[in-house]
Design a protein around this ligand. Structure first.
Ligand SMILES: [Zn+2]
Length: 461
């Protein structure tokens, strides 16, 4: 049997090129490193190390608080052995490259799952060590003692804490300790700062939530603080939230967060355009307004609405749309005009001329069709753009939209010019749902001027 073997070399080269392009354009990057990085410096991974000498023990016995309590010397020896491996290893070129790369970006955050401290040894600063650091030692009873230099450890297997007499342990994250990791891997003030800023960041930088959702989340956070931190109601009376209150809070918070997808920014714009692209998006303006006002456009940021309008506008004047797609996009555009007239006017003022100037001559009818439906567009067109459309109307390639032009005061004069040039054939070719008065008169003129049927159908005035 022959199976297709992917050309790994080519795949890697493609990935590298993509990575290169992404990194070249970045200002802030996050680097996450794991066991592979250490392994290339000759430090056995947790699994390899265990396979070598410690195969008889399961990971829980070597790397959990329970394992340590059950047999402190065994766990301490296991880490002492790994510390030796680390001490004998040197950072390889990759570590130095990352340390140097930090200079190339506005901000670079280095997060590592490794506990060997090689990033620091290669010169990286502010490394976030998710799983702690094997060279540091701390007190098992958490009295606050921490010893950074392995050479400064008191004797003993394991040594005793110089402050409280409990056992010392490696300052790494063990199984079942992930929650403490955040606290230990980095300082508490930073963790709290992130938490304080999180909701603002979601609103301002990432546009994930709207102002109203921001208010909701602020209130949830206040509730949380009230449930989580006992405080004094008066000088003597201590307020402590009941378990039931805390549970109610947690439930409300989870329900609130899960009930909606992020409603703003790029994600929301993609969602809106996807909705309009669907075969099932309504073609009546009223229904479109209804559909749009229950989605992200219900309480949008201004930027979302204007970006949406721009996307729709470019779509409708730039693309060769089928009849149905055109109807959907026009209804979305008109509905957005109804829902957010002021933002719509702003977009027309700032963007519409730039967009229309890029439309090719043969596609100007697409612009006209928007103007006929949303007449406000006309007032925002610059005079050169208006002139171009006027000329276009007096030379319309056929008469299909002439009746609308006749009824649109700014273009009625040019429409009459075009009508004067219309042949009977053109008039006949064009099926009007309802015959415009001026077009009907033109028909009559033709027939009155003709001596017989053959001449009337040929004649062009
Ligand atoms: Zn202690």
């Amino acid at each position: 049997m022959v199976s297709a073997v992917p050309d790994l070399g080519a795949l890697v080269a493609t990935d590298l090129r993509r990575a290169q392009a992404l990194i070249a354009g970045a200002r802030r990057i996050v680097v996450l490193t794991g066991a592979g990085m250490s392994a290339e410096s000759g430090i056995p991974t947790f699994r390899q190390a265990r396979a070598a000498l410690w195969a008889d023990f399961d990971p829980m016995q070597l790397a959990s608080p329970e394992g340590f309590r059950a047999d402190p010397p065994r766990v301490w020896s296991w880490y002492a052995w790994r510390r030796e491996k680390v001490a004998g290893a040197l950072p390889h070129a990759g570590y130095f490259a990352l340390a140097a790369a930090a200079q190339c970006f506005e901000q670079m955050v280095l997060i590592t799952q490794n506990v060997d401290g090689l990033h620091e040894r290669a010169g990286s600063r502010n490394v976030i060590e998710l799983h702690g650091n094997i060279l540091r030692t701390t007190c098992f009873a958490q009295c606050g003692v921490r010893i950074d230099d392995p050479g400064a450890l008191p004797p003993g297997v394991p040594p005793r804490c110089p402050r409280c007499g409990s056992h010392l342990r490696p300052d790494v994250v063990w199984f079942g300790e992930m929650l403490d990791a955040a606290r230990r891997a980095n300082d508490l003030p930073r963790t709290l700062k992130l938490e304080r800023e999180l909701i603002d960041l979601a609103r301002d930088r990432f546009e994930l939530i709207s102002h109203l959702e921001h208010v909701d989340l602020e209130r949830l956070r206040e509730d949380r603080n009230r449930c989580a931190h006992p405080s004094l109601i008066s000088d003597e009376v201590k307020f402590s939230a009941s378990a039931e209150l805390a549970r109610t809070h947690i439930r409300a918070a989870v329900t609130h967060l899960l009930q909606q997808a992020p409603a703003q920014g790029k994600f929301a714009l993609e969602r809106l355009t996807r909705e309009v692209s669907s075969e099932y998006f309504p073609t009546s303006v009223e229904e479109a307004a209804e559909t749009l006002s229950v989605g992200p456009l219900r309480r949008p940021r201004e930027s979302l609405v204007s970006n949406f309008i721009i996307v729709l506008f470019k779509w409708v004047v730039g693309d060769d749309l089928g009849y149905k797609a055109h109807a959907r996009i026009m209804s979305a555009l008109e509905a957005t005009h109804q829902l957010h007239p002021q933002i719509f006017a702003g977009v027309l003022r700032d963007k519409v001329n730039v967009i229309v100037r890029k439309v090719e001559d043969e596609n100007l009818l697409r612009v006209l069709r928007v103007v006929f439906r949303i007449q406000e567009v006309w007032e925002h067109l610059a005079s050169d753009v208006q002139n171009r459309l006027e000329n276009y109307v007096s030379h319309l390639p056929d008469l299909y939209h002439l009746d609308e032009a006749l009824d649109f005061p700014p273009l009625a004069k040019q429409a009459r010019v075009r009508l004067r040039l219309a042949s009977v054939k053109e008039l006949n070719d064009c099926l009007f749902f309802s015959l415009h008065e001026l077009i009907a008169e033109k028909f009559i003129d033709h027939y009155l001027a003709a001596k017989n049927y053959a001449e009337a159908t040929k004649r062009r005035s």
